[in-house]
Design a protein around this ligand. Structure first.
Ligand SMILES: [Mn+2]
Length: 247
C-alpha cells in the first residue's frame, strides 16, 4: 500500500479520545489541523451516543474531511438512531435515549450535520479492504454491491417511512457474524459479494467478543487469518482506545 491508512472504531461521543488518538498517529496537531499529509483516515461508525460530545466528533470529522480530503467514515447504528430521533421525535427520541443518546447532541445537531450523516456510506472499499460498521450479514439485504447498498441505505435515511428506519435499526442488532462457527463461511460470502480481501468492522467491543477486561484492549483484534479486523475499542466500557495502521 502506497500511503498509510489509519483506522479508528466506535468513538461514541468521546471526542477528546478521538483527538488524542489522531494526534498520537500524527494525523492532526494540537489545534486540530490535519498533519497527516496524504495518509487516509477511516472511521468505522458509531460516532455518537454514550460519550459526552458526539456532535464534536461529527464536526471534527467534517472539518478534517474538508481539510484533508482522505477521511472516510461509514455509518453506524448509533448515527442512524440519532438521525431517527432528529427526524421523527417522540418515541424515537425515547428509544435513542435508551440506547445511550445524549440530549445535548440532539440540541446541537445542525442541518449540516444531518446532511453529512445522512449521506455517509454503509460500506467503503479502500484498495482491497472492505470497511463496514457492523459485523453483520444484513447489509446483503440492501444490495449486492457496495454502491447499491450505499444508495439503498441513503434512500432509507432520506425517507419519511418510519418502518424502514426501524427495520434498519433492528437489523443492526446483529453481531459477531464473522466470529465463531459460521464465521468463516459468512466472511467468504460477504467478501465474495462486496469485494475486498479483508474486512474491517467495529460494533462489537473487542472486550465483549473475547471476554477480556476492556482496560486491556489496546490494539485491534485481527482474526480469520488476518482477513477480519475488529477495531471497536469499547471506549465507553473503559477501553483506552487505539488507532490501527493497516499493513
Ligand atoms: Mn454499533
Amino acid at each position: 500500500m502506497a500511503e498509510d491508512v489509519w483506522l479508528v472504531g466506535d468513538v461514541q461521543g468521546y471526542c477528546s479520545v478521538l483527538s488524542r488518538l489522531l494526534r498520537e498517529s500524527g494525523l492532526i496537531d494540537h489545534s486540530g489541523q490535519w498533519t497527516g499529509g496524504s495518509a487516509t483516515l477511516v472511521v468505522a461508525g458509531d460516532l455518537v451516543d454514550r460519550g459526552p460530545d458526539g456532535v464534536g466528533v461529527i464536526q471534527l470529522l467534517m472539518d478534517l474531511q474538508l481539510q484533508a480530503g482522505h477521511v472516510r467514515v461509514v455509518i453506524g447504528n448509533h448515527d442512524v438512531q440519532l438521525l431517527a430521533a432528529h427526524r421523527f421525535g417522540g418515541s424515537m427520541v425515547d428509544a435513542w435515549l435508551d440506547a445511550g443518546g445524549v440530549r445535548e447532541d440532539l440540541e446541537r445537531l445542525t442541518s449540516e450535520h444531518v446532511e453529512w450523516l445522512s449521506n455517509l456510506p454503509a460500506l467503503s472499499l479502500i484498495d482491497h479492504t472492505l470497511v463496514v460498521h457492523a459485523d453483520a450479514m444484513f447489509y446483503t439485504a440492501y444490495g449486492s454491491t457496495p454502491g447499491a447498498v450505499n444508495a439503498r441505505v441513503r434512500e432509507v435515511l432520506s425517507s419519511a417511512n418510519l418502518s424502514e428506519w426501524q427495520l434498519l435499526l433492528e437489523r443492526f442488532g446483529e453481531h459477531r457474524a464473522f466470529f465463531g462457527a459460521n464465521g468463516e463461511a459468512n466472511l467468504a460470502q460477504f467478501l465474495t459479494t462486496f469485494g475486498g480481501e479483508r474486512l474491517v468492522h467495529g460494533h462489537t467491543p473487542i472486550a465483549r467478543m473475547l471476554g477480556i477486561p476492556p482496560e486491556s484492549v489496546t490494539s485491534a483484534y485481527v482474526y480469520r487469518d488476518g482477513r477480519c479486523v475488529n477495531v471497536d475499542p469499547g471506549i465507553y466500557l473503559g477501553g483506552p482506545g487505539f488507532s490501527h495502521l493497516l499493513d
